[in-house]
Write a protein that binds this ligand. Structure first.
Ligand SMILES: Nc1ncnc2c1ncn2[C@@H]1O[C@H](COP(=O)(O)OP(=O)(O)O)[C@@H](O)[C@H]1O
Ligand SMILES: [Mg+2]
Length: 256
């Protein structure tokens, strides 16, 4: 759609060239010039909006992580302790009923721990990414029966923001493996190369056509958003019958 001209071209002084030619030339120029100016204005407006959106999203994600950590802590500490107390209390009681109740309490405790782990493991904040991933992968394998090969090679601990993103991507990608791939195996890799952290999660499952994912699916989108917010790249390779490979690359120098 043509943009209506909003710029004026004002000329000072006496031109030495033929006036008719100059007028023609300038008239011809003013249209595209006005369009270019208008485009530049719209572009900078868009850039400003995009910057605001990214800021907002970052703040929101940060708040979400803090909230999750708080709930996970309370679940683990308060609820976990109460359940542990209950189990101990039921220990000495005789009868079938007591045994069944103890079983129920044990099961609930395991669920509560799993929930806390899913929300945000305190391990991630205290012992770092590798410990948190080892634990997550083990719990994932136990729960789903999917065998996961984890290889982790980083020379130094990552900045906190990167650790969170890597953890969330692995978590989401593995959840997809369990939910959609039908694969009995998955591989997860975290390594460092050329000033980047590179992470991949792959399976040998049924695969899918990435272009055919309709609206209402937030997992892949969410991963991409998180990664791009930190200046990284999100790559998805999949095709029906060919398994799926999710890859991310994050610059180690974070521009927070
Ligand atoms: N590892 C995978 N194997 C097979 N299909 C997948 C895999 N990961 C994602 N998909 C497909 O991509 C879709 C979108 O995934 P996602 O955005 O995480 O949303 P959701 O998991 O909520 O459906 C899934 O519904 C599924 O069809
Ligand atoms: Mg998903």
């Amino acid at each position: 759609m043509p943009v209506p001209p909003k710029a004026a071209l004002v000329l000072y002084g006496k031109p030495k060239v033929d006036e008719a030619w100059l007028t023609g030339f300038l008239t011809a120029l003013s249209g595209p010039l006005a369009t270019a100016l208008e485009n530049a204005r719209l572009y900078s407006l868009l850039e400003e909006k995009e910057r605001q959106r990214a800021e907002l999203l970052k703040a929101w994600l940060r708040a979400q992580e803090e909230e999750r950590a708080r709930i996970a802590r309370e679940l683990h500490d308060e609820v976990g302790q109460a359940l542990t107390g209950l189990i101990l209390g039921l220990e000495g009681l005789p009868g079938e009923r007591a045994l069944a109740l103890k079983e129920l309490a044990r099961f609930t405790l395991a669920e509560v721990r799993r929930l806390a782990l899913d929300l945000r493991p305190s391990l991630l904040d205290h012992l770092g990414l590798e410990a948190a991933l080892v634990r997550y992968v083990r719990e994932f394998a136990d729960r789903t029966g999917i065998e996961v090969d984890l290889s982790f090679h980083l020379r130094q601990p990552l900045p906190k923001e990167l650790e969170t993103v890597v953890y969330r991507v692995v978590q989401e990608a593995l959840t997809n493996v369990a939910r959609h791939s039908g694969s009995p195996r998955a591989a997860v890799g975290v390594l460092e190369a050329e000033g980047e952290v590179r992470v991949f999660v792959e399976d040998e499952g049924r695969g899918f056509d990435p272009r055919a994912v309709g609206p209402g699916h937030q997992g892949l989108l969410g991963m991409r958003e998180r990664v791009e917010l930190l200046g990284g790249r999100f790559l998805l390779e999949s095709a029906p019958g060919e398994g799926t490979r999710v890859q991310i690359r994050l610059p180690l120098e974070v521009v927070a």
